[in-house]
Design a protein around this ligand. Structure first.
Ligand SMILES: Cc1cc2nc3c(=O)[nH]c(=O)nc-3n(C[C@H](O)[C@H](O)[C@H](O)COP(=O)(O)OP(=O)(O)OC[C@H]3O[C@@H](n4cnc5c(N)ncnc54)[C@H](O)[C@@H]3O)c2cc1C
Length: 330
């Protein structure tokens, strides 16, 4: 591991100034991803600014019905929060589907959002990887690509985004609140993570030195009818092969509102706008669910080893919609 300095921040603006001033500096959350990368030689920060003691550990319902979740809230506390469980079950379920109890006790909201891909080539410094070393090539395209993207990939990168939590946030239209040297800005979650294009080294639109301070959940009564389904190789401690976060409202047998996001199939949480458009106003039936899956997955471009993700995504979507329809109030 390359030697590095460690500082504990007590003021958010000072932390921003400190990291922004030094290209080799990085914020440290729970360290469950960044420290692994330092051990593997994937990341070499010269300065770590620990932001877990900043006053960003609260989950606050706001007067207008939104909920503000501090960037330093631990994943376990986020999942267990009563307001989150009652108003956004998809989010609580997604958090609990991630990692292990011990990891969730350390991992923070911001760190979870910003965790990097689990592509084996990204994590193996002996292999070419455009995300780790721009211009070196993508080993996964012709390699072991069972876990990789089927939508939105590029000739430069086929990695997938790993966070379960972020998939639920995408379905909920959450907002990421960021503090930079010019002050705060709010970024819709749909615009926060990027597709790889020809700059796969950038996972998000964050500038160096920008600090995530909170995630805001919209006032969304329909989100009480939501669920997260994750398919993985083991029952725990494994990343998604495919996951689906869905919010569904059915009135008189017809879909009145629906929000869907897929995980495990793209470089960012994949909001399924085509599937949603197909479902809105349609009868809540298996035929409609199939049409919705077709609308979204017809664009899928599988690699040599991951064509199975297309039927897996279809079946997972169908299962979660069936489950939510059965539990519909009206
Ligand atoms: C064995 C194992 C299994 C796992 N399984 C899953 C899984 O199934 N599903 C899943 O979703 N995750 C899984 N994870 C990943 C885990 O969820 C992440 O490691 C964790 O969420 C990262 O949070 P952290 O606070 O520890 O981040 P850190 O490691 O501290 O930081 C991650 C990144 O975020 C940046 N950062 C941290 N805080 C801020 C901030 N406030 N503003 C700006 N940048 C910041 C850091 O600089 C770094 O780049 C697993 C991890 C392990 C080790």
């Amino acid at each position: 591991m390359t030697p590095f300095a460690y500082e504990r921040a007590s003021d958010a603006s000072a932390a921003v100034a400190r990291v922004a001033a030094q290209p080799g500096a990085a914020f440290l959350g729970g360290g469950t991803n960044l420290v692994d990368h330092m051990r593997l030689g994937v990341a070499h920060p010269q300065l770590l600014v620990d932001v877990t003691r900043l006053p960003l550990s609260r989950i606050e319902p706001l007067p207008d019905g939104r909920v503000r979740v501090g960037a330093a809230v631990r994943n376990s506390d986020f999942a267990a929060d009563r307001v989150v469980r009652e108003r956004y079950p998809v989010l609580s379920q997604a958090l609990l589907a991630g990692a292990s109890g011990q990891l969730r006790n350390l991992a923070t909201t911001a760190g979870n959002l910003l965790q990097r891909t689990r592509c084996a080539y990204f994590q193996d410094v002996t292999t070419p990887c455009n995300k780790r070393t721009p211009g070196s090539g993508c080993s996964a395209i012709q390699g072991h690509n069972r876990d990789h993207a089927i939508l939105g990939a590029s000739e430069h990168c086929v990695a997938v985004h790993p966070s379960d939590m972020a998939v639920a946030l995408a379905a909920l239209d959450a907002t990421v609140v960021v503090l930079g040297q010019q002050g705060e800005r709010s970024i819709p979650i749909a615009d926060f993570h990027r597709l790889p294009g020809d700059t796969p080294e950038h996972d998000t639109v964050l500038e160096h030195g920008e600090l995530v301070v909170a995630v805001e959940l919209p006032a969304l009564p329909v989100a009480a009818h939501s669920a997260y389904y994750k398919v993985r190789d083991r029952a725990s401690y494994a990343f998604a092969l495919v996951s689906v976060a869905a919010v569904l409202d059915v009135v008189d047998g017809r879909v009145s509102d629906v929000r869907i996001a897929f995980g495990g199939i793209a470089h960012k949480p994949w909001r399924a706008l085509r599937a949603e458009a197909t479902l809105r106003g349609a009868a809540a039936t298996e035929q409609s669910f199939d049409r919705a899956a077709d609308a979204e997955l017809n664009e899928a471009r599988p690699l040599q080893h991951n064509a199975f993700k297309i039927p897996l995504a279809r079946n997972t979507l169908r299962m979660v919609l069936r489950h939510l329809t059965a539990g519909a109030r009206r």
